[in-house]
Design a protein around this ligand. Structure first.
Ligand code: AQP
Length: 348
């Protein structure tokens, strides 16, 4: 059966931006889930470097960051031989399909995207066109492989809904042509968001109401995957808390976002439920809990960090992984892009 036959096989696609240091949110919200999905699905994991340049990047830093994110994928346990790891800019079909989607998506849809509003802030007129059109490229990333499942953190839910709207509109707008070319009723699947990491929304260590983010100016707001044990300890000790002792029940976390976040992180790293964590630490001071969290975070992240640092030092190896992955990804993407061209009415 070829890629563009009537049935669309289940396939996982997801990506991370090489726009700074990967952090605990990326790890618990997405990567842990990516690793698990390898057991049941064919997976494509992309370093989305074209998304990274929607805001200014230093070329040397970008190159370094692409390799570091690749090293993190490998260190976390993604198998680059059984599955596919590559960087987006090596497969031109992403940009090609994104243009078609720029013509399918409606301005009103993009105007509703909260991430653009947050990132562009007050200086909207000065934001890049790429930042605004980012969700269309994201839809192309997924749909150029006709991927069916997308493991992401909570913050990407709205973009995934947009990708589904774009797939649906393309299928509707070109229904006759899709059928004429032998693809049945729908060419694109409606990709399913898989928001089910151990912690789907990890918050900033400085402000429990803001998500942990690469672009937060304060490095104390996040635990980076490259942080050493001393840095992790310092960041957790300095993490914002409130003056009350920890509660023993979940209701006691209401209105205490920082406490809730730290409990959530402990729960995700230990595999215990939040209730169990509260049973263990409820009634105690934050200092004792934080000391236990430091030990846990260092024990869980230490091996990933060490392997990531080892791999990052071997640029030739990382580049060979990316090239091999891109070569395999391109075969699938090209086949689907050729089908899109036929459906849209381009001559090739
Ligand atoms: N705080 C978070 N909690 C849970 N999941 C998160 N993700 C990101 N932050 C959290 C998930 O990580 C994956 C990769 O994200 P990305 O690199 O594409 O960009 P992002 O979502 O914009 O992440 P950042 O860290 O906030 O980067 P900047 O600051 O550059 O925007 C996604 O699956 C995301 O859901």
């Amino acid at each position: 059966m070829t890629e563009t036959s009537l049935t669309i096989p289940p396939r996982v696609f997801s990506g991370m931006q090489p726009s700074g240091n990967l952090h605990l949110g990326n790890y618990l919200g997405a990567m842990v889930n990516w690793v698990a999905m390898q057991r049941t699905h064919d997976c494509i994991y992309c370093v989305v470097d074209m998304h990274a340049i929607t805001v200014a990047q230093d070329p040397h830093e970008l190159r370094k960051s692409i390799r570091e994110v690749t090293a993190a994928y490998l260190a976390a346990g993604i198998d680059a031989k059984k599955h596919i790891i590559f960087n987006q800019s090596q497969v031109a079909e992403h940009a090609e399909l994104a243009w078609v989607f720029n013509c399918v998506a409606r301005l009103g849809w993009l105007n509703r995207m909260t991430q653009f509003k947050e990132k562009a802030g007050k200086d909207r007129e000065n934001a890049s066109v790429g930042l605004y059109a980012y969700p269309n490229l994201m839809a192309a990333d997924i749909l150029v492989y006709r991927a069916t499942h997308v493991p992401v953190g909570e913050d990407q839910k709205q973009h995934l809904e947009l990708a589904r709207d774009i797939a649906q509109k393309f299928n509707n707008d070109f229904a006759a042509s899709i059928a004429e070319h032998g693809f049945g009723e729908e060419f694109f699947p409606l990709p399913e968001p898989m928001i089910q990491g151990p912690a789907t929304r990890v918050m900033s260590l400085r402000d429990g109401t803001k998500k942990m983010s690469k672009s937060d100016p304060s490095d104390y707001s996040r635990i980076n995957l490259i942080d050493d044990a001393d840095t992790i300890a310092l960041k957790i000790r300095r993490a914002k808390t409130d003056p009350e002792p920890l509660p023993s029940e979940m209701q006691g976390l209401a209105g205490r976002p920082e406490a809730e976040n730290l409990i959530g992180i402990f729960s995700a790293l230990s595999g215990q439920s939040k209730e169990e964590v509260l049973k263990q630490f409820g009634g105690g001071q934050f200092s004792a809990f934080k000391a236990a969290l430091v030990d846990l975070a260092v024990a869980k992240l230490g091996p990933v960090t060490a392997e990531m640092k080892r791999l990052s030092g071997d640029a030739a190896y990382i580049d060979s992984v990316l090239k091999d992955g891109a070569d395999r990804a391109r075969v699938i993407a090209r086949q689907n892009m050729d089908a899109v061209k036929d459906i849209v009415g381009f001559v090739r």
